[in-house]
Design a protein around this ligand. Structure first.
Ligand SMILES: Nc1ncnc2c1ncn2[C@@H]1O[C@H](COP(=O)(O)OP(=O)(O)OP(=O)(O)O)[C@@H](O)[C@H]1O
Ligand SMILES: [Mg+2]
Length: 358
């Protein structure tokens, strides 16, 4: 199924559905869609990206043309899908939604592209997971707004060129490093989303609390923000879990003690490390003496997919100085040992230097 238009329709229409109803049904996706900022002005943080993107869109609007293709990269939950939807809505353009894994054949992509109208936004999520032939078709579509549709098989096959109206491709990836150079080069603007600062996450939690009608005091939202591992999606999720706790075990108000008690219960530690983050560090330190260890070995040891460890846990641990990538593998930093309450191994000055260097 090359199109996920259903998803889009649902995401759009649910915005107008009652949040409480969605909440009652426990539908996370619906709640997430409802909490999404709808315009660049509503986006919290990512100031540079917002500025740059705002300029790209404004310039395109003034020229009356579709904006350049945009690549959004960064760890999960930082706002890639949100920004893609905002690009379409700021341009007043319809958005088509698909994803790399959904495009298994070049024909799938040709079908999508041939149905596009001028100025449409095509959002390809997980663009790094597209098949090679589709990728090559996309190169031509991005650059020349043209694809070659191959009809028939074998020696009788003919390629029929097909013009596509100028459109804007918005690609999202958690792994910009996996994108082939020719694809990366065809994006006119690349935004790399960074983890959010606690103060920014606090604003996001406050905004979501308002939308969800949750009574929260300042140090309560700040506590949730500081434990959200730099990620808006996690901040919103933790807010809902703390809200549950406040309603069941307290008087419904999200205060500092309530937030602390709830987050302890859900095993989110003071620095926001969740169970997987801690498992990675734990295995690295206790089983492998701090490393270096290859990422695959590490993934097997914690019982997770390699991709999950690499795309979800690692960026956060590296960014926060718990994990370092070296040519020989991942190593635990002093901060990791300290966070686990373990004594870092005494290996002598030389070994220590290599073990702890970036
Ligand atoms: N800058 C922001 N300001 C406010 N809320 C945000 C922001 N970025 C993301 N969010 C919230 O976080 C949620 C997750 O964001 P989004 O779905 O855009 O992440 P993503 O980068 O596409 O993640 P994935 O890689 O898993 O697809 C959204 O529902 C939205 O409510
Ligand atoms: Mg997304």
């Amino acid at each position: 199924m090359p199109f996920h238009e259903d998803d889009l329709d649902e995401a759009e229409s649910t915005h107008f559905r009652s949040l409480t109803a969605a909440e009652a049904e426990g539908d996370e996706r619906v709640v997430e869609a409802a909490l999404r900022p709808r315009s660049l002005d509503e986006v919290v943080g990512q100031i540079r990206v917002r500025d740059q993107l705002g300029l790209v869109l404004e310039a395109a609007r003034r020229r009356g043309r579709a904006p350049d293709h945009v690549l959004l990269s960064g760890p999960p939950g930082l706002g890639k899908t949100t920004l893609a939807m905002i690009i379409a809505s700021e341009m007043g353009a319809p958005m088509r939604l698909t994803s790399g894994p959904a495009i298994t054949h070049a024909g799938d992509l040709a079908a999508i592209l041939s149905g596009m109208n001028e100025g449409d936004v095509l959002f390809v999520d997980e663009i790094h997971r597209m098949s090679r032939p589709a990728e090559e078709m996309l190169y031509m579509a991005m650059e020349d707004f043209r694809v070659d549709v191959v009809i028939g098989k074998g020696p009788g096959a003919t390629a029929i060129p097909l013009d596509i109206p100028p459109f804007t491709l918005v690609g999202a990836t958690t792994r910009a490093g996996l994108l082939p150079g020719p694809l990366r080069d065809r994006f006119g603007f690349t935004a790399h989303l960074e983890f959010y600062e606690p103060a920014e996450l606090d604003l996001i939690v406050q905004r979501s609390a308002r939308l969800l009608d949750v009574d929260a005091v300042a140090d309560g939202t700040a506590e949730i923000a500081s434990r959200s591992r730099g990620t808006p999606r996690i901040a919103n999720r933790l807010l809902r879990r703390v809200r549950d706790y406040a309603q069941v075990r307290a008087d419904g108000i999200v205060t500092l003690p309530v937030a602390r008690a709830a987050l302890d219960l859900y095993e989110v530690d003071q620095l926001g490390l969740d169970r997987l983050d801690r498992a990675v560090l734990d295995v690295l330190c206790r089983r492998f003496g701090g490393g270096p260890v290859g990422i695959s070995t590490l993934a097997v040891a914690v019982g997770e997919e390699r991709e999950t460890v690499e795309e979800v846990a690692e960026p956060f641990l590296v960014r926060n100085g718990f994990l370092a990538r070296t040519p020989r593998g991942r190593v635990a930093t002093r901060a990791a040992w300290a966070h686990l309450g373990l004594a870092a191994p005494v290996l002598g000055a030389d070994a220590d230097a290599t073990l702890f260097e970036e």
